[in-house]
Design a protein around this ligand. Structure first.
Ligand code: PLP
Length: 480
């Protein structure tokens, strides 16, 4: 394809995308296919000769689209939002066209510098403590875009592990680093995302998974008693992963209590994962939910969940960037450059060397919506979640099982788990609405998340109607 053809096909692709998004509502939200559906539809080998563009696009329509779960569909209420918006798509298109690989400042100065600046913008917009900003010459902190919240938790755990091993080595310099690993212990709550468990697996450290209170919030006392017990058994607590907005029920750990407990142990790194709900702190009225953030060593939130930025864009801020990079620096000659000491080289802030120009789409979104536009978007979702809650509470067959503070509502029929499983399976099979379940504090619940950018009262009312209709069917089938 040459540039002239690209110009034509590019415009056609925009047309295709607009048509896709305009007609989305008429489609099933979930794919109605079985595993392995695609293999018989495609040739066994890649074509030897290039094929006409129209043939490829015909196959997109007839073979790929039937297997898509439409995450941008107005009836998609599963997981958390897969952030998206037109400014973000355009920003990513430009990033793809520039095609730079920003592993160091020299590899593309604007790619690095825009990332640092936009992360400072966002840190200020959500009112993070100033130590997390890179803009002050005296500041040790700064922000970086990672591919996912899982990576944010992994790299901060790696950094904390490096710090802990260094301290242990001071007392015991002849011991191999790996010999300290069996003593290291990290903490999170049962409600933390499974990526904390994965990070501990990769780091080869113990993870103590603690029971939160009845609201799903990890409390200081529970953490403190676990730490004391572990210290008494010769273990070294080194990392606490907390969550503001848990995946299952959007519960908030109690940082006001947890922070001072961590401070009692100089080796403990306190991480705060706000992958979804952290974006809500762009609204001042939501910030009481982040009280205690001043105790954190690091914080992450994903604009690619709830700030209209498409995947991938997970923002991580650290209080001390040297502590982060000291776990990750390798510096071969071919990656060094003349300005190394004067600039940030983001390859030292994460696992991959190669990095896309992801700051561009976040910058496009922040500039085209402005802080007030983004606040309006978040507030609309919170308002609609409350509308959903109110309507569901009116139907006495249901109970609401979480404190609805942001855009997620958890509910269940006041019946056994099997009936609730059947309800969800039937709703999803209908293709009219898509939700997922979770097990929170031992209970099987259905999660309803407000997702669509410009969701309306009608979208919520439709969802409630569908749920009530299916509930009636399931109850009739069981009690007839
Ligand atoms: N943390 C929380 C609270 C989440 O809800 C999720 C995913 O939904 C994750 C971490 C993992 O996110 P990612 O897919 O960006 O790794």
């Amino acid at each position: 394809m040459n540039i002239d053809e690209f110009q034509v096909r590019g415009k056609e692709m925009i047309e295709y995308i607009c048509e896709y998004l305009r007609t989305l509502e008429g489609k099933r939200v979930t794919a109605n296919v079985d595993p392995g559906y695609l293999r018989p539809l495609l040739p066994k080998e890649a074509p030897a000769k290039g094929e006409p563009w129209d043939a490829i696009m015909r196959d997109v329509d007839s073979k790929i689209m039937p297997g898509i779960t439409h995450w941008q569909h107005p009836r998609f209420h599963a997981y958390f939002p897969a952030g998206n918006s037109f400014p973000s798509i355009l920003g990513d298109m430009l990033s793809d066209a520039i095609g730079c690989i920003g592993f160091s400042w020299a590899a593309s100065p604007a790619c690095t510098e825009l990332e640092t600046i936009v992360l400072d913008w966002y840190a200020k917009a959500i009112d993070l403590p100033p130590e997390f900003l890179a803009e002050h010459k005296s500041s040790k902190g700064g922000g970086v875009i990672q591919g996912s919240a899982s990576e944010c938790i992994l790299v901060t755990m790696l950094a904390a592990r490096t710090q802990a091993i260094r301290t242990l080595k001071e007392q015991d310099p002849n011991t191999e680093d790996s010999a300290f690993l069996p003593r290291l212990v990290a903490y999170c709550s049962t409600e933390a995302h499974s990526c904390a468990e994965k990070a501990a697996m990769i780091c080869l450290v113990k993870l103590r998974v603690l029971e939160p209170d009845e609201k799903g919030s990890l409390r200081g006392k529970r953490l403190e008693s676990a730490i004391r017990e572990d210290v008494a058994n010769g273990l070294v607590p080194f990392f606490v992963s907390t969550t503001l907005g848990t995946t299952g029920s959007c519960a908030f750990d109690n940082l006001v209590e947890i922070g001072p407990v961590c401070k009692l142990y100089p080796n403990i790194w306190l991480h705060v994962d706000g992958a979804y709900a952290g974006n809500a702190f762009i609204c001042p009225e939501m910030r009481p939910l982040m009280t205690g953030i001043e105790h954190a060593d690091s914080f992450n939130t994903n604009p690619n969940k709830w700030l209209l930025v498409n995947f991938d864009c997970s923002c991580l801020w650290v209080r001390d960037r040297v502590k982060l990079t000291s776990a990750l620096v390798v510096d071969p000659l071919y990656l060094q450059h003349a300005r190394s000491g004067e600039s940030i080289d983001y390859r030292h802030w994460g696992i991959p060397l190669s990095r896309r120009f992801r700051a561009l789409k976040l910058w496009f979104v922040m500039r085209s919506y402005g802080i007030t536009g983004l606040q309006k978007y978040i507030r609309n979702h919170i308002r609609l979640a409350r509308r959903f809650e109110t309507l569901m509470r009116r139907d006495k067959r249901f109970e609401i099982t979480n404190d609805v503070r942001v855009g997620l509502v958890c509910f269940r029929l006041k019946e056994n788990d099997e009936i609730n499983q059947e309800l969800l399976a039937n709703i999803n099979a209908s293709g009219r609405l898509h939700m997922i379940p979770a097990r929170v504090m031992g209970k099987y619940i259905l999660r309803f998340c407000v997702i669509k950018e410009n969701a309306t009262d009608d979208d919520i009312d439709y969802a409630v109607d569908v749920i009530e209709e299916h509930a009636t069917e399931v109850m009739l089938a069981h009690y007839e």
